[in-house]
Write a protein that binds this ligand. Structure first.
Ligand code: GRF
Length: 217
């Protein structure tokens, strides 16, 4: 089966982008990363993508000011010109309009640094620590018009430690992000997901390992 053509949209350092690029090097990976687009000129991830031999593009959002749809039309044109089939948002710091989301309905993924539907929005690690939760994590989901919502494809969880700071917790969650984003894209690109009444079925019962925090030894 032909590999699905994927574009990654970034605004920053692109560590999730790198994880996807690395995973897609495997011969049996069902997707190829053909394009990385940043809305910020000079975003750190662009150089990394280029070094990895991936075509890069910058579609700056700033000149469009409040006209989000005009920016997105330009972005959409670039995606279409490259025959992109799936879009992965990876630290792409733009709210998307319903128009753009509609164009990529069921074909656009995002990664969020929390176990959705908990902690939508920003500062997820600070808020998780303030609440004293014992388990935190990351979520890959299909993008819908509502921010940080949409059918959940995959989640990964980590233990929260007593002495965690937002930075140490972010680092532990990031390790999980780098595992689940490539796995989730593999699942979606290989046709291993189906959307049913707004939720994503994977036909896979998954792991029966329980994460219990704190562990009493
Ligand atoms: C990640 O924490 C991701 O979950 C969030 O933005 C951050 C991007 O980091 N959406 P990176 O650019 O992939 O390193």
């Amino acid at each position: 089966m032909a590999r699905r053509r994927v574009a990654i949209l970034i605004s920053g350092r692109g560590s999730n982008m790198t994880a996807l690029i690395e995973a897609a090097k495997a011969k049996d990976y069902p997707a190829e990363i053909v394009l990385v687009i940043s809305n910020i000129a000079g975003a750190g991830g662009l150089a990394k993508a280029s070094d990895a031999g991936i075509e890069i593009a910058t579609v700056e959002s700033k000149p469009f000011g409040k006209d989000r749809e005009a920016f997105e039309r330009k972005l959409h044109d670039v995606l279409v010109a490259h025959n992109i089939e799936l879009v992965c948002l990876a630290g792409f710091l733009r709210l998307l309009t319903p128009w753009f989301v509609k164009q990529w309905e069921g074909r656009m993924l995002n990664i969020h640094p929390a176990l959705l539907p908990s902690y939508r929005g920003l500062h997820t690690h600070e808020r998780a620590l303030a609440d004293g939760v014992k388990i935190h994590g990351a979520t890959v989901h299909f993008v819908v018009p509502e921010m940080d919502s949409g059918p959940i494809v995959m989640q990964g969880a980590v233990a929260v430690h007593d002495d965690d700071t937002p930075d140490t917790l972010a680092l532990r969650v990031l390790g999980v992000e780098h595992r689940i984003y490539p796995d989730a894209l593999r699942l979606v690109a290989s046709g291993g997901t189906r959307l049913e009444n707004g939720s994503c079925k994977t036909g896979n019962a998954g792991s029966d390992t329980a994460l219990i925090v704190p562990a009493i030894t």
